[in-house]
Design a protein around this ligand. Structure first.
Ligand SMILES: NC(=O)c1ccc[n+]([C@@H]2O[C@H](COP(=O)([O-])OP(=O)(O)OC[C@H]3O[C@@H](n4cnc5c(N)ncnc54)[C@H](O)[C@@H]3O)[C@@H](O)[C@H]2O)c1
Length: 334
């Protein structure tokens, strides 16, 4: 029986990963450590209440005593998803990004070193490379993060690597592209757009809408992380790409079309400060190791839109709470 510590497991990707892990690996136990910030939602995991192999701990990854207590119970594998993740919020106030994404990762790495874990997966992001006009980033390319979110993730990414280089902690780092799928907090592009459309509101598109992102279905991301727990080489970085580079405007049009909305629902708004133009990953390294994504972009996008249609109760509760004030303020700034 392998015991996993999944941090940030009440968030979007983390909760999908906890589900993935418990259904795929019958021989594992999962401790989910989550601070339950605005982005953490236990309703994402409501079906696991009776699952004996699952335990939830409300706590901060930057809290040494709390983290130590968990490691004391015997952890084999750490998967660190916990982070402040929204670029716009990092531009407004970077403090929590440094505390969680950098210092919190340090606290976990220290505990992992003290207790000698078998694998530490650091979930980094493609945003650490910065923007690229042509071609695609490889794992060996320099990091040029351009906003406080991506800079704090780059700090955590390199700190994790340093624990391999210095102490031989078995660290593997993943840099995935933009995820989409069920349970994504409705402030990110696809989850905000679909829920706005379902509410009969417009969808805001930054600048000219021609920023390019590579899109990865969350189920594929979870499968890649699970694969790397066994197959990832210690001290190595792996790009995880969906292979679906799209301009934001193209996705917006597809969402409007699928949900039978009006193309007038697309509203161009003032661009984000320092907005990265294009992200692109070369994922050959992971392919050579034996993994590639399974989902077709359009099918996964349509399934995601169906999920938000069927789960109105889930997102309406979020959108009617604190999110409403935050979003209104953001809107006024535009
Ligand atoms: N969403 C993407 O497109 C994407 C792409 C690549 C990498 N990533 C990375 O994947 C990870 C998860 O992203 P997400 O989109 O699911 O984020 P999310 O914002 O939906 O969830 C983050 C979770 O972390 C928790 N958390 C925050 N601070 C914490 C702390 N100090 N201690 C414990 N828990 C804390 C939150 O409560 C929340 O449950 C992040 O590390 C992010 O950088 C995300």
């Amino acid at each position: 029986m392998q015991k996993y510590l999944v941090t940030g497991g009440a968030g979007f990707i983390g909760s999908n990963f906890v589900h993935y892990l418990l259904s795929k690996r019958k021989d594992c136990q999962v401790v989910n450590l989550d601070k339950l910030t605005y982005a953490g939602n236990l309703e994402n995991l409501a079906d696991l209440k009776m699952e004996a192999r699952y335990q939830f701990v409300k706590g901060d990854i930057a809290d040494e005593a709390c983290v130590d207590q968990i490691f004391k119970s015997g952890i084999d594998v750490v998967v660190n998803f916990a982070a402040e993740t929204h670029v716009d919020r990092s531009i407004e106030n970077p403090t929590d990004f440094i505390k969680t994404d950098v210092y919190g990762t340090y606290v976990l790495l220290e505990a992992a070193r003290r207790y000698g874990v078998k694998k530490f997966i650091q979930i980094s992001t493609d945003e650490v490379y910065g923007s690229i006009e042509k071609g695609s980033f490889r794992e060996t390319d320099p990091l040029m993060p351009r906003n406080p979110y991506s800079a704090s993730k780059a700090g955590a990414d390199r700190l994790a690597y340093s624990y391999w280089a210095t102490y031989q902690l078995p660290v593997v780092i993943t840099r995935a592209s933009n995820n989409f799928g069920p349970y994504q907090y409705p402030e990110k592009f696809i989850s905000l757009s679909v829920t706005n459309l379902l509410e009969g509101k417009t969808i805001p598109i930054y600048g000219d809408g021609r920023n390019v992102r590579d899109w990865l279905y969350v189920g594929d991301h979870c499968a890649a992380v699970d694969f790397l727990v066994d197959q990832g080489k210690d001290g190595e970085v792996y790009n995880v790409a969906g292979g679906n580079e799209k301009e934001n405007i193209e996705i917006a049009k597809e969402m409007v079309c699928y949900l039978k909305g009006s193309q007038d629902s697309i509203q161009f708004v003032k661009d984000r400060l320092g907005h990265d133009r294009r992200y692109s990953l070369n994922a050959d390294k992971l392919k050579v190791l034996g993994w590639k994504p399974k989902s077709s972009f359009l099918t996964a996008l349509h399934e995601t839109l169906d999920w938000y249609q069927k789960n109105e109760v889930w997102w309406k509760k979020i959108k009617s709470g604190k999110f409403k004030q935050y979003y209104q303020k953001q809107y006024e700034l535009r």
